[in-house]
Design a protein around this ligand. Sequence first.
Ligand code: SAH
Ligand code: SF4
Ligand code: F3S
Length: 466
Amino acid sequence: MHTPHTGGTAGENYIDLVASIMERRTRNDRPLAFVHTYGCQGNVADGERISGLLEAMGFGFTQDVNEADLVLYNTCAVREHAEDRVFGNVGALKHLKRRYPDTIICLCGCMVQQEQVAERIRNSFPYVSLVFGTHVIHRLPELLYSYLVRGKRVFELSQEDATIHEDIPVYRDRGIRAWLPVMYGCNNFCTYCIVPYVRGRERSRQPEMIEQEFRGIIDAGYRDVTLLGQNVNSYKSGLSGDKADFAQLIRRLDAIEGDYWLRFMTSHPKDCSIELLDAMADGRHIARHLHLPFQSGSSEILRQMNRRYTREQYLGLIKAARERMPDISLTSDVIVGFPGETEEQFAQTLSLIEEVGFTSLYTFIYSPRPGTPAAEMPDPISREEKADRMNRLLRLQESIAAKRCAASVGQTFRTLVEEAPDEGHLSCRTAGNVIIDVEGSTDLIGCFAQVEVTSARNWTLSGVIR
Ligand code: SAH
Ligand code: SF4
Ligand code: F3S
């Protein structure tokens, strides 16, 4: 089940050519693809376009690699752990390829965009058929065709194409939540981060194209739409090119009628404008949830990270957001153990967490990424020390979340009923991105419901529908 194509002109000729070859080549009733995406929601959105192209080429989808004619891993490079998992999974495909030599194994996404990774695949994984980077997704039909007719491995990792290809079909899983990219790439070069190297420079979609896709998503019945970009606050409509462009974009989408929530990710504190906070506060559909990564509570570490804001500026933004929206839910990303982070600097991270009182945190131990400036910085702190800091941070956040949960007992929230994890139970998500477990029938999935929180156990909430 899926939404209809949003277009279909991307390499139409190759699409038909691949379709007719695959029809003969498959060992199933129809060609089947196994597609797995790692990493951020931006990568998930890319995966939906890759699947859209595969579907146009006649593929159905399977969750079982063993029956797939084509296996595709859409990879992430943000931390070493993410890369290790991919190499492990690709290693395991060797047996599959031996058993079914016709299986087409594809690797794409951020990880393969790094030269040393592409080299390793070239040398150590000869059974990988097609490797393509983050800039050439629209050329998948052509690349696949080339592999099929020549039988030679294809590597296409060029970064020259900065055009946004709007004519790629999108295959979205049916559901309640949808992802909508508004911009690609990143210009910020935080010193620890690989993303600008593997995704290229920032480019924004035209507001008309975003609005058209947004209307399609709402019409298809999705209820919770997240606008995506590495730094949505630097979205440029191409008109004024100022900081308020993203605020104008969300006002424009918020004006569209319908029963839905609108969210966005990620806001970079250096570009988070007061106009954006005002647009959120004025919005009819905009969830009062701000994901604003702070990364570190120490201004000195922030400087070394090249984040271009201080602890005080960050706290100033939080204050401005809360003045406008006292009920706003704040979430964030934080890195523990940046090279040379001292105990005092780490303590500032803890004190910032305490001061803000986040709803939830995405926590990461610093992972050196080859080619980034931070990977060259001296890092005398041991792994054990970093793990210990992480544990302390998690304990603090858990106690904050537990207090917050206890305080919400007796309150009633507007929620979106998302799924039934167990028989008779429903998961309801608040605008603030908190899950409340209620009893109820699956008929309610996809509906908004008023839920009163009746009990809190640590940081899980139970409630009743009012
Ligand atoms: N563009 C977003 C973040 C994208 S990456 C922003 O600037 O906020 C998601 C998160 O991964 C980052 O916020 C950061 O906390 C974490 N991260 C990125 N690179 C990392 C690294 N080398 N080691 C550990 N965590 C990292
Ligand atoms: Fe990475 Fe910084 Fe860009 Fe975010 S803003 S993607 S952390 S370089
Ligand atoms: Fe990973 Fe690439 Fe996203 S590195 S976090 S998949 S932009």
